[in-house]
Design a protein around this ligand. Structure first.
Ligand code: ADP
Length: 487
């Protein structure tokens, strides 16, 4: 049961509320008790004042009677229920007590032992020492007494008045308050827990809904989204983030699906050609050696094309999975570019294209040589492939601040502006007929995707810098790595 968040929330809430209630009850109880004692003290003070006034008057009227007589008369005049007057000398010997006088009413039983109790003696001592603060609680009887002691005027009579007033009414009141708390606290706790549980359930209901909706989603229902009741609250934000995650997943699922579909499509064509050529050749037994050679040449070209596509697909899948280990080593970008230019020169010449370059010397770089070659080869290959005879392809390589800029520039027909944003998409070909009819190893629309990935794998980027009727320029920016040591 405690596994659910709402139960835990309710439990925590109730526990905290319980502690708060108990503290509040304790504080109320304490303050009420202190307040009732203060009221009682001021009442006793008043009693003592009127008593002293009478005592004074009696003392003046009946000088012969002395302190004992005046004290007794004043006591009889001021007797109240639950109030005991005692007059003692400074040594603590009792001179007169209202308990000994006749007709003092139905005083609460005051045990005689109280006058020998420690608290009573302390009262006497406080009065004798005239330290002013002469209020004490004196235990005894059912509920104890509030005691007050002070000197009786005139001081040289050396007598102290002690007043004891029963704490019974206060104790009764406190008992009533206690009893009220005994049922108010559990009821308040019960109500608060019920309310807390209800609120927790209500606030967490969207989470439960989300869980149910999410459980019902699968690869087949990728386009479904969670309902967002209030996008401004925390749960709304959670649902929004979840939906954004689903957007990304759906996009990636869709890319993956398209990738597989496109890949199968690309593979199907050369396989169909292989099969068709073989079947046509085998359909007649009397083929000349030339016809066989021609078929074999077609088979070789198509299988080469097939191998190339498979290799590209394999590279991209491993790159996507982050499993393509870069074999970094120190190299010189200018040397690598020069070498590739030499290798492609004959291809360019065979197509009637002039290949020029402007390469800054000494461009050290830490990179995967094979991948970098592949990137530059893809760019050069495209430039030569899409530039008509008589055109020109130029490779420019130089340092530009903290990066190298490797530019492949051609005078081809350019890429239509509306297709330029899609140029790095996998299997995208701006002009499908031409790419395929070239009959070389490229043409599946993967070359630029791979080139872009290679640049990014080296923490750089590949951009289509320019493409219009006068030609196309691709630029790869690669960050400069620490200069390799020459030994
Ligand atoms: P492909 O294998 O078809 O060349 P790429 O990914 O290398 O695939 O290129 C994608 C498409 O971009 C090509 O089909 C082509 O239409 C276009 N393209 C790439 N480079 C150039 C270029 N230098 N000039 C004109 N079009 C280009």
């Amino acid at each position: 049961m405690l596994d659910s968040v709402r139960s835990r929330l309710t439990l925590w809430y109730s526990a905290l509320f319980g502690v708060f209630l108990i503290l509040l009850a304790g504080l109320t109880y304490f303050l009420y008790w202190r307040n009732s004692l203060e009221r009682l003290d001021s009442n006793i003070l008043e009693l003592s004042e009127t008593y002293i006034t009478t005592f004074d008057a009696e003392l003046k009227d009946d000088k012969a009677g002395g302190v004992q007589s005046a004290a007794s008369v004043a006591m009889i005049e001021h007797r109240f229920r639950d109030v005991v007057y005692v007059v003692v000398d400074p040594q603590g010997s009792m001179i007169v007590s209202s308990l000994d006088l006749p007709a003092t009413g139905d005083l609460e039983k005051v045990p005689p032992a109280i006058f020998a109790s420690r608290e009573f003696l302390e009262l006497e001592r406080a009065a004798a020492a005239r330290d002013g603060d002469a209020f004490r609680n004196v235990s005894g009887g059912k509920n104890g007494f509030r005691g007050y002691a002070r000197f009786l005027p005139p001081d040289n009579h050396s007598a102290c008045l002690i007043i004891l007033q029963s704490l019974h009414p206060q104790h009764e009141m406190m008992e009533a308050i206690r009893r009220a708390f005994y049922w108010i606290i559990p009821i308040a706790l019960l109500l608060a827990s019920g309310g807390g549980y209800f609120l927790a359930r209500k606030s967490l209901a969207p989470v439960a809904d989300m869980a149910t909706q999410a459980r019902g989603m699968g690869a087949a229902r990728m386009s479904e989204r969670l309902e967002v009741s209030n996008p401004r609250d925390e749960l709304g934000a959670l649902a929004l983030s979840f939906n954004e995650l689903l957007d990304r997943l759906e996009k990636s699922f869709e890319q993956q699906r398209r990738f597989v579909a496109d890949a199968s499509h690309e593979l199907r064509t050369p396989v169909a050609i292989l099969r068709g050529e073989t079947e046509v050749t085998l359909s007649r037994a009397d083929r000349t050696p030339e016809e066989y050679r021609e078929t074999l040449a077609i088979l070789r070209d198509e299988s080469q094309r097939l191998a190339h596509i498979i290799e590209d697909l394999f590279t991209l899948t491993r790159a996507d999975a982050g499993q393509y280990p870069l074999k970094l080593r120190e190299l010189y970008l200018d040397e690598l570019a020069g070498d590739l230019l030499r290798r492609t020169r004959s291809l360019a010449l065979s197509k009637g294209i002039s290949l020029t370059s402007s390469i800054q010397p000494e461009l050290p770089l830490q990179a995967d040589e094979d991948l970098l070659r592949r990137m530059l080869l893809n760019l050069l290959d495209n430039a030569i492939k899409y530039t008509p005879a008589g055109g020109c392809v130029n490779v420019d390589c130089h340092r530009d601040g903290n990066k190298y800029a490797l530019r492949v520039n051609d005078t081809g027909p350019g890429i239509p502006a509306e297709l330029q944003p899609r140029i790095f998409e996998r299997f995208f070909r701006a002009d499908k007929a031409r790419s395929r009819s070239d009959g070389d190893t490229g043409g599946a629309g993967l070359g630029l995707s791979i080139a872009q990935w290679i640049a990014e794998a080296h923490h750089g980027r590949l951009e289509l810098t320019r493409s219009d009727a006068s030609g196309t320029t691709f630029t790869a920016y690669l960050p400069v790595s620490p200069t390799p040591s020459h030994d």
